[in-house]
Design a protein around this ligand. Structure first.
Ligand code: NAD
Length: 249
């Protein structure tokens, strides 16, 4: 196993499955100790950790709700005491509550903003002082092409993911002098449970809109995150699109 990130601790939120699990495995593969955060999916999270350990990596599982600022602060403090200082954060936890805007309830709006955008802010808030004081940090926020292109029925999701991009740019400016980079990765449609749950007819019509005529893989998103973490020392405030050409801009 490579040891590019030896002695680095990486917190990946929402890492019990899908894209987050792939990112955790990739960062572990190059030597990081990964903290697999999840919400109410302990078996899936333990199984991600087991696979990482079987492959020679190291991992810790931790359940907390990223939308709960007090829980995030408490758990990050405790983790840093137990495991060590967190140098890498991937804000990946995300939810959808799709509905056309005219039918969307305020609760559906706030739930999505609460996890996707506020969650990223809570985690960043809990780690940035310690990163800045040590002069090293890599923050990668998982946004979406929907932030850039919009999508029917996803005003709440699009707002949360576009908010992540603006947040990342502003935070990148504040943290640049302290050795901390902040970037976004915007995936297009990725082969996850979410994709597989879309009815076949709709999947076929989506595929027609993707210039590369296929969905992306979890490992293609994980590779982009690994690049920003491991080789992106002079890249900050940027948005890296991993989307098969569905949005070019
Ligand atoms: P998923 O639904 O398969 O997994 C979500 C993860 O987030 C799970 O581990 C879940 O436990 C965790 N989670 C949910 N709410 C949480 C909370 N409040 N606190 C902590 N953890 C929480 O998701 P996915 O499809 O792998 O997507 C991962 C990220 O990538 C999301 O932010 C999503 O918006 C983004 N994204 C996904 C796609 C796609 O095609 N799947 C495309 C673009 C962007």
């Amino acid at each position: 196993m490579s040891s590019l990130l030896q002695n680095k601790i990486a917190l990946v939120t929402g890492a019990s499955r899908g894209i987050g699990a792939g990112i955790a495995a990739e960062l572990a593969r190059i030597g990081a100790h990964v903290i697999i955060n999840h919400l109410q999916t302990p078996e899936e999270a333990e199984s991600v950790a087991r696979r990482i350990i079987q492959d020679g990596g190291s991992a810790t599982v931790r359940c907390f709700d990223v939308s709960d600022s007090a829980a995030v602060k408490h758990d990050v403090e405790e983790l840093e005491e137990q495991v060590g200082p967190i140098g890498i954060v991937v804000n990946n936890a995300g939810i959808v509550r799709d509905r056309s805007f005219r039918k969307m309830s305020a609760d559906e709006w706030h739930a999505v903003l609460g996890v996707n955008l506020n969650g990223a802010m809570h985690v960043c808030s809990a780690v940035v002082n310690s990163m800045a004081s040590r002069g090293y940090g890599r923050i990668v926020n998982i946004s979406s092409f929907v932030a850039q292109a919009g999508n029917f029925g996803q005003t709440n999701y699009a707002a949360s993911k576009a908010g992540m991009i603006g947040f990342s740019r502003a935070l990148a400016l504040e943290l640049a002098p302290h050795g901390v980079t902040v970037n976004c990765v915007c995936p297009g449609f990725i082969e996850t449970e979410m994709w597989r749950s879309i009815p076949e007819q709709m999947r076929e019509s989506i595929l027609k809109r993707i210039p590369q005529a296929r969905v992306g893989s979890v490992s293609e998103v994980a590779a982009a995150v690994r690049f920003l973490v491991d080789e992106g020392s002079y890249i900050t405030g940027q948005t890296l699109n991993v989307n098969g050409g569905i949005f070019i801009g």
